[in-house]
Write a protein that binds this ligand. Structure first.
Ligand code: GLC
Length: 750
């Protein structure tokens, strides 16, 4: 075949172009997906299963411990892909060095429960949620990530986003309370804080949204207990915070221990395959909770470790924390054809992808920098952040005759109670105990008040009693100290480990003889300010009735003393609002604000006959969702709607004016609730749909506008479809779910 010179030249150019293109493409850095695929092609089945296996570090446990002698050997053999509870850049470096001796040098992933701070300890999450301050909450997680990542941590097992409506459940302290809308906002804020500029940034830690799902609805408030609810309740109340966290970019999820409608969450394909990886298209990976794969044998959904491994991996649980079912049984399940290789490959791919995204293959030691660690863990800006959010988390429950703020001319203060001089108690549950780090960075309540005292006033002390027990021998000294003072501050409450994991309580009273001590001090006639330290709502009716001033101080972390004294002396005007209902008694539980009306609603305590009410107790809680006082009253006026009818494609605006009617500058959390008066499925009496936290100088007014659109009024129908139904709505604006100040109505038109 003869070809002309021009034709030859054209073919040459074409060939050169294709060659260049291929060279160019080959020279391009491989995408993460390509790098994962290349690596997986080299991996043996055992090495793949190794990536699905996670153990705790030796000597550290946040669950029932299984002792292995040869963890380093397993790492060298590629049989262990992640270790939790490894603390400090030195320790993580040493483990990573072992991983670099493995055949494929796949870096280890280090996980840690950085739930409310790493070294700098922030208020327990339930307290922080009461700030309703999304920026402050995000910033707290940001600081925790900066410190934890400097300490070698890649991944935090947080945020916990379980809706909590039952204060008997000790883990309410880890969450954001009872409301789905607020819980969703906070979930997103915490994920953004932890992940910052994104995985790959050395000051980011990968978030882990937990516990998937509905763990907070455990029967009887007993931890790890069964959960049984309608699919619609699951979607309407418990799932949205998980979706909000996913939408915020969370890299991982964690199973919950509970069974859900008869299927353990760890083996629940509906949760992980249908919803999370299917409908929500989640691309990250799921880690089991501690031992929860193996615990399916206790649940009775599987017969042995191999069956547990099969059930979990097939349901979408990618990594097995501490149960050892994957490492002992998965290989045979694959070779026997019971678990398809594609299922294992998908799990491995998800985990390796996150390790690549974190930059661990580029530099396995990029998070282990002692210099960066030393700087990050001693940054005064972190301390300031902790103090800021701590004071925003303190809830003023009562302040008769404006006893607070205390006058700075007070001559003598008696600071009494078993928590006054406690150090670590202020950290609450799920703190991080760093080896070799002294706790003297924690500002005790005594130190915080003493700091204010200085030359201003004399500060007297008596312990009075212990947190628990019935020893009243300290009462006399406490009373005598109180008699010498102008005002008494009494700090009482739970021990910090009375709330948290495996800390369910059937009795929510303040333990020991602390309330008796309070009553003795009240009998002196001295004004008594009570600080209640706890990780959950407690029941304290006699105290609530008789004490003139009460601050709920939760567990506020490393700046507890300073935050408390800032509020006591008016250097900060308390602005926090409760995110969980406080019951009058355990008998009222579960009690939450967004309940249905029922066919026989009690309209008040004098209307309980043939009503949905107790014959022996008020229908109202002690303190409602959204409740919290400040030193300045706020008034609401002029609620206006831009229109009385909302169209499906449009929106309406609700505008209200809020005024600071007091003499202290302060912040108000203006809450917007809606009620859908008639629905194809009944709707709650009210639902929080938006809020604004605003700051007002004394006498200042601000106008706030909320926007309502079809999304605002939508809900899940019985077929789990997200629908908005035409009809009438009541719009409420208020200072709490019960303190509704103004109302208006509007219609959603067809
Ligand atoms: C615990 C907790 C979980 C935690 C994990 C690792 O049992 O349930 O929230 O992240 O184990 O410590």
């Amino acid at each position: 075949m003869n070809i002309s010179i021009p034709q030859f030249r054209t073919s040459l150019h074409l060939f050169a172009g294709v060659l260049f293109l291929l060279t160019f493409v080959a020279a391009q850095p491989k995408s993460i997906a390509q790098r994962v695929d290349s690596l997986m092609r080299l991996m043996t089945l055992d090495e793949k299963i190794g990536q699905l296996n996670q153990y705790t570090d030796d000597g550290a446990a946040t669950g029932p411990v299984t002792l292995d002698k040869d963890k380093p050997q397993q790492v060298k053999q590629g049989k262990l892909g992640s270790i939790l509870n490894v603390l400090g850049s030195e320790r993580t470096r040493s483990w990573q060095k072992v991983a670099m001796q493995s055949r494929l040098k796949i870096p280890l992933l280090f996980g840690q429960d950085v739930v409310h701070g790493y070294k700098t300890t922030f208020p327990i999450p339930l307290a922080e949620a009461c700030s309703w301050d999304m920026d402050a909450i995000e910033h707290a997680a940001r600081v925790a990530a900066v410190e934890a990542s400097a300490g070698g941590i890649h991944w935090t097992f947080a945020p916990m986003v379980d809706i909590g409506r039952d204060p008997r459940w000790g883990r309410v302290m880890e969450g954001a309370g009872e409301d789905t809308y607020l819980g969703s906002r906070i979930a997103a804020a915490r994920v953004k804080g932890f992940q910052g500029k994104g995985l790959g940034s050395t000051d980011a830690v990968m978030a882990c949204v937990k516990h998937f799902a509905a763990y907070g609805a455990a029967v009887g408030g007993r931890d790890y207990n069964s959960v049984d609810m309608s699919e619609r309740m699951l979607w309407e109340t418990y799932l949205p915070p998980f979706k909000a966290a996913l939408d915020a970019g969370a890299g991982t999820f964690m199973n919950s221990f509970n069974d859900l409608n008869g299927i353990p969450a760890t083996g629940n394909a509906y949760l992980m395959r249908d919803i999370l990886k299917g409908r929500w298209n989640f691309q990250g990976f799921v880690v089991s909770d501690w031992g929860s794969v193996g615990e399916m044998m206790n649940h009775g959904s599987v017969k042995d470790p191999a069956d547990a491994a099969r059930s979990a991996i097939m349901a979408g649980c990618d990594m097995d924390m501490e149960s050892r079912c994957y490492t002992s049984s998965l290989a045979k399940l694959v070779t026997d054809g019971i678990v398809p290789m594609t299922v294992v490959d998908d799990a491995v791919r998800r985990i390796l992808t996150k390790k690549f995204e974190l930059g661990l293959f580029d530099d396995p030691f990029r998070f282990c920098d002692p210099k960066r660690e030393a700087k990050a863990l001693n940054d005064p800006a972190h301390t300031a952040a902790a103090r800021d959010v701590a004071r925003k988390s303190i809830v003023l429950l009562k302040n008769e005759k404006n006893l607070l703020p205390l006058s700075k001319t007070t001559k003598t203060i008696a600071f009494i109670g078993p928590l006054v001089k406690e150090v670590k108690q202020n950290k609450g549950f799920w703190d991080v105990e760093l080896p070799g780090v002294d706790s003297n960075f924690i500002v005790t309540q005594w130190e915080g008040v003493q700091e204010k005292a200085g030359k201003n006033f004399a500060l007297l002390y008596a312990k009075g009693c212990e947190i628990e027990g019935n020893d009243r021998s300290g009462f006399a000294e406490a009373v005598s100290v109180a008699m010498k003072a102008d005002v008494v501050i009494l700090s009482i409450g739970e021990r910090r480990d009375m709330s948290g994991e495996a800390k369910s309580r059937s009795d929510l009273s303040i333990p020991g003889v602390q309330v008796e001590l309070a009553m003795e001090l009240l009998k002196t006639g001295k004004p008594v300010v009570v600080l209640i330290n706890a990780g959950r709502p407690l029941v304290f009716n006699e105290l609530a009735d008789k004490a003139p001033a009460i601050l709920y101080t939760w567990w506020l972390g490393s700046e507890a003393g300073n935050a408390i004294s800032d509020v006591l002396f008016g250097d900060y005007n308390p602005s926090a609002k409760l995110v969980m209902t406080f019951p009058l008694s355990v008998g009222q539980i579960p009690i939450y604000y967004n309940h249905y009306n029922t066919g026989r609603p009690a309209t008040g305590d004098n209307d309980r006959h043939y009503r949905s009410a107790y014959t022996d107790l008020s229908i109202y809680p002690r303190y409602e969702f959204g409740y919290g006082l400040g030193y300045s009253p706020f008034t609401y006026s002029g609620l206006k709607l831009s229109s009385g009818s909302l169209t499906r494609s449009g929106s309406i605006q609700a505008t209200v004016t809020v005024t600071n009617a007091g003499k202290y500058a302060g912040e108000e959390v203006v809450q917007l609730y809606l009620r859908d008066l008639v629905g194809s499925i009944i709707r709650p009496m009210k639902e929080l749909k938006d809020f604004r936290k605003i700051t007002l100088a004394p006498g200042e007014s601000k106008s706030i506008t909320f926007t309502i659109d079809k999304e605002t009024v939508s809900f899940y129908d019985p077929q789990i479809r997200w629908v908005a139904e035409a009809g009438e709505f009541e719009l409420m604006v208020g200072a709490s779910s019960r303190d509704i100040r103004l109302k208006e109505r509007f219609r959603l038109t067809d």
